[in-house]
Ligand binder design. Structure first.
Ligand SMILES: NC(=O)c1ccc[n+]([C@@H]2O[C@H](COP(=O)([O-])OP(=O)(O)OC[C@H]3O[C@@H](n4cnc5c(N)ncnc54)[C@H](O)[C@@H]3O)[C@@H](O)[C@H]2O)c1
Ligand SMILES: [Fe+2]
Length: 350
């Protein structure tokens, strides 16, 4: 087996929890841990070389979105070597073969990469995070165990949890949403809204809720896509190495306000799922405002910054806006948008 993980997870003994199980079963493995948060093309290519050298025929991905996404890219390239440049995998790649079988063990409660058709790799040269969408990359087994997430510090729990909430909300209002995906997303919002504060405080109930909630959100958005919160978060990861969940959490309320006119009654259901009472007596404007306020309050309660002032340099806004517009998640946004409107949304947060 080929184990894909990252240096901090090795250092803090998180990877070791799974390696002990492999040792106990006398399963041979080699460990590849040169994976950084917001993983790069170089990480993937080093992993492909290490996989070939290992002689393995299966991957165990232990980590957050970064380890699982890198494992997916490695597995796809091993099975489809014509995509070894990695860049040609951006968007929907016409791969022919299923990825090397992956057993995914998430250690964060956020990305749901263990169940989605997506992976995200950074092109350092072009300052670009590439969203790759491919039905061939879904792991064959997902082991979603809150014990693997117990060592997450508060800030990481909060950021990854807000990533999961963003998946649920963007997936709920995206253009392709329908009855089945709505079912997953509204339930995910409900579970996350009641669990995230507890998870950040370190309660077992909160951690269990977040492990489940992020997974349920993944079952939804993997089938319908996301929107421009993700499109605007990706360039921040590429340019400033901003943690994905932090970027999403800061951007989410502002984009929710912008998208509101294109969402019909959906914010009423989001507000209800977030725990807002009395939505039946509210006007459209009131329940839309209530949904945004509930998201802002949760973000504040778990310690997410309110704006991008400490992250974004104003002179970078035109590049960021163009990059967000070109992102694979943008066409899923419920409201038609433009480079200029996206630039305005970034500026609102400065
Ligand atoms: N595939 C998808 O569908 C999808 C969806 C959303 C985001 N992403 C991508 O996933 C990446 C982000 O992944 P992430 O937010 O899970 O974080 P991550 O994998 O980047 O990890 C961030 C840091 O947290 C540490 N960490 C992880 N688990 C820990 C634990 N249990 N205890 C202590 N430390 C721990 C890691 O060592 C790392 O240093 C981004 O590149 C993002 O674009 C992918
Ligand atoms: Fe995400």
């Amino acid at each position: 087996m080929f184990v894909a993980s990252d240096p901090d997870l090795i250092k803090f003994g998180v990877t070791a929890k799974v390696l002990a199980v492999l040792d106990g079963a006398a399963i041979e493995y080699s460990v590849f841990s040169e994976i950084k948060p917001n993983p790069t093309i170089e990480n993937v290519q080093a992993g492909v070389a290490a996989f070939k050298a290992s002689g393995a025929d299966c991957i165990v991905a232990i980590g957050g979105g970064s380890s699982m996404d890198t494992a997916k890219a490695i597995g796809i390239i091993i099975a489809n070597p014509e995509f070894a440049d990695v860049r040609s995998l951006e968007g929907v790649a016409p791969t022919k073969n299923k990825c090397v079988p992956i057993i995914a063990v998430p250690t964060t409660a956020g990305t749901a990469a263990e169940v989605t058709i997506n992976y995200v790799i950074t092109d350092v040269e072009k300052n670009r995070k590439m969203v790759c969408v491919d039905v061939h990359d879904i792991p064959v087994v997902a082991v979603v165990d809150p014990d693997m997430m117990a060592t997450m510090p508060k800030g990481l729990t909060a950021a990854t949890g807000m990533d999961a909430l963003t998946h649920a909300i963007e997936g709920y209002i995206t253009g392709g949403a329908w009855a089945l995906s709505d079912m997953f997303h509204i339930e995910a919002i409900r579970i996350i809204a009641r669990s995230l504060r507890g998870a950040v405080a370190g309660t077992d109930e909160g951690r269990e809720g977040m492990a489940l909630g992020q997974y349920v959100a993944g079952m939804g958005f993997s089938n319908v896509g996301l929107g421009i919160v993700h499109s605007m978060a990706h360039p921040l990861g590429a340019l400033y190495d901003t943690p994905h969940g932090v970027a999403n959490a800061i951007i989410l309320p502002t984009v929710m306000e912008y998208n509101a006119p294109a969402t019909g009654e959906k914010y009423k259901h989001i507000a209800e799922a977030m725990g807002v009472e009395g939505t039946d007596k509210m006007t459209v404007e009131e329940y839309r405002a209530a949904a945004v306020a509930a998201v802002k309050q949760l973000s504040l309660d778990v310690g997410i910054p309110a704006d991008l002032k400490d992250i974004v340099k104003p002179e970078d806004v035109p590049f960021l806006a163009q990059s967000a517009y070109d992102d694979a998640c943008r066409p899923g946004n419920p409201r038609e948008t433009s480079v200029e409107e996206i630039a305005e949304l970034y500026r609102k947060l400065l």
